[in-house]
Structures are given as C-alpha cells and as structure tokens.
Design a protein around this ligand. Sequence first.
Ligand code: COA
Ligand code: ZN
Length: 309
Amino acid sequence: MSDKVIITETGMRDGLQNQPTQVSTEMKLKIADALVAAGVTHLEATSFVHPKAVPQMADASDVLAGLKSFQDLNVSVLVPNMKGYEKAKAHGIKDVGIVCSTTDAFNGRNLNMTTEQVKVVCTDILKASKEDGINVRVYVSGAFACPYDGKMPVTTAQEMATFFLEAGADSISIADTIGAGNPRQVQQILKPLIENAGADKFNLHLHDTRGQALAMAWAGLELGIRSFDSSVGGLGGCPFAPGASGNVATEDLVYMCEEAGLSTGIDWVKLRDAVKVAEEATGKALGGRIINWMISQEEREAAKKATCV
Ligand code: COA
Ligand code: ZN
C-alpha cells in the first residue's frame, strides 16, 4: 500500500464559502501563496455556483486567473450543475467536483433539486466529462448524517457511491458534511465499497464539528484510502448545513500522517503562515491543535528565557 497521501486543500472553497464578511480575491490568492509555499499541490480553489447562493465565490474567474502562475498546482473547482461545469471547462479546469447529498431535504436546500434530479444532472456532467477529458469527483454529501434528517444508514452512501461509480465517476468523496460521523461508520461504509472498486477510487471529506475527523481519517487510512480533503486552520462550514463547522485542519492531518510515516509532501510548520493569512482574511482565530501546541511551546520557551536572564 502506498505511503503517499494526497491532501486536497479546500479552505479557499469550503472554508471561505460561508464567511460573513467578503474575502477579497487578493486575500484568497495570498492564502493560496502560503499554501503552495508549504507544499500544497492540490487545491480546491473555488466554485461556479450562483453568486446569490454563495456570494463568497462570486470571484471564481478572478481567483482562477490569479492561480495561473502556479504551474504545478492541481486546481479543482466545485460545480452544482451543467452551467457551472461549462464554466469550469471554459476556464481550462481538468478536475471538477460535483455534489449529491443523501437526502431530498439537503439537496433541496443546497441545490434546489430533489435527489433524483441531482442524480440526473450529475450523470449528464459525467457523460460530458468523458468527452472533455475532465476528471470528476462526486461528493456524496451528508454520507454519515444529514443536517435535516439525522443519522444515515450506511447503505444510503454505499448505494449512492455505487450509482455514481457506475455512471463513470473518476472518484467518490464520502463526505461528513456536518461532522457527525465516527470511525466505525467509515469502516462500515467504505470496506465493501473498497472491496468492489479499490481504495484509490475514494476520498474522505471530513468536518471536525464533534472532534472525530482525525480518528475517521485514520480509519480511512487503515482501509487504504490515500486521498483526503482538509482546510487550513480548520476553516469552514456549509451555509446549507446548519451546525457544520470547519473541515479537519490541514496542519493536523499533515502532522498525523507524517508522524505515522506517511508522506504528504506538505510541511505543517510552514502551514502556520497560511493559517495567519487565513486569520487575517476572515478576522477569526484559526489553527488546528498542532499549531496551537506549537505556539504554546514557543510561549513557554520565551517565558523560560525571560526568567533566566
Ligand atoms: N452559476 C451561476 N449561475 C447559475 C448557475 C451556476 N452554476 N446555475 C444556474 N445559474 C443561474 C441561471 O442562469 C439563472 O439565472 P437568471 O435568473 O439570470 O436566468 C438562475 O441561476 C436560476 O437558475 P436555476 O437553474 O433555476 O437555479 P436555481 O435558482 O434553482 O439554483 C443552483 C440552483 C444550483 C444554481 C444554486 O442553488 C446554487 O448555486 N447552489 C450552490 C450551493 C453551494 O455552493 N453549496 C455549497 C457547496 S456543496
Ligand atoms: Zn465540506
């Protein structure tokens, strides 16, 4: 099994999408700069959604233009429908995420469609993507629990993942959109799926609302999953999923992987600069546990020095 873990930094999309104050394109690009400096290679940069639904993403074209200078950066975007997909294609994007939630209630609030309608839209996008040479990841959102209908049976996410794999999805992200899952559910949902399709077809998108995200990521790693989403400083939430807090913090996920002998290519210490920029951009105190631990260590060292002289 590979020791290489691919982390898609999603702070600029999932992290910023529900911030109450508009973050400028310039600040978004500064976050990207700091992330790339820390070794991030996969960036979900924005989404092509209706600007009234998510005003923070209204500058998608400008963000993508600003990222052009990063030659080796793998830039992906999220789209809710064919219109968004066409825009992504027109911008030369080669990796697109599409989303289908597990319930009608969630799909209704998020996309103004029923689950069946979302499946049709996603299937059409998957068909088009084959001709266009675009990779599509389908997010099974609310896989563990729905913000409106509560805990989901494991079969719901399994059936949806199987449906989209058969429809041609390049990969499936099992998303704990409101951070209500647990490691056992990761095993229960993903073990049979992996037995059928292989671990490299799956990604985990985990929010840390109830502090379970790292344990769930580890459950995924043990099953062979090597693709995860995370956001710098744990930034995030979903405007259509009440109670959802941020994604698992990139620095914590990187730290766990690296300490466990897996390679992410990202330097968690350098992510501190990205956390600082994200704090400046949002006016919020951020940072996963490891950054806060580092700061407390520094403060302790400084206090020691102050008392020694
Ligand atoms: N980007 C920008 N505008 C879009 C669009 C897109 N992807 N899809 C549709 N529109 C426009 C249409 O052109 C139409 O414009 P008009 O009023 O000027 O004619 C208008 O939106 C309504 O189109 P319709 O297809 O009826 O959309 P809707 O009102 O049912 O909204 C979505 C559906 C999907 C566009 C909207 O709910 C949305 O953007 N949701 C995103 C949610 C999100 O980002 N969630 C978090 C990530 S999972
Ligand atoms: Zn999310």
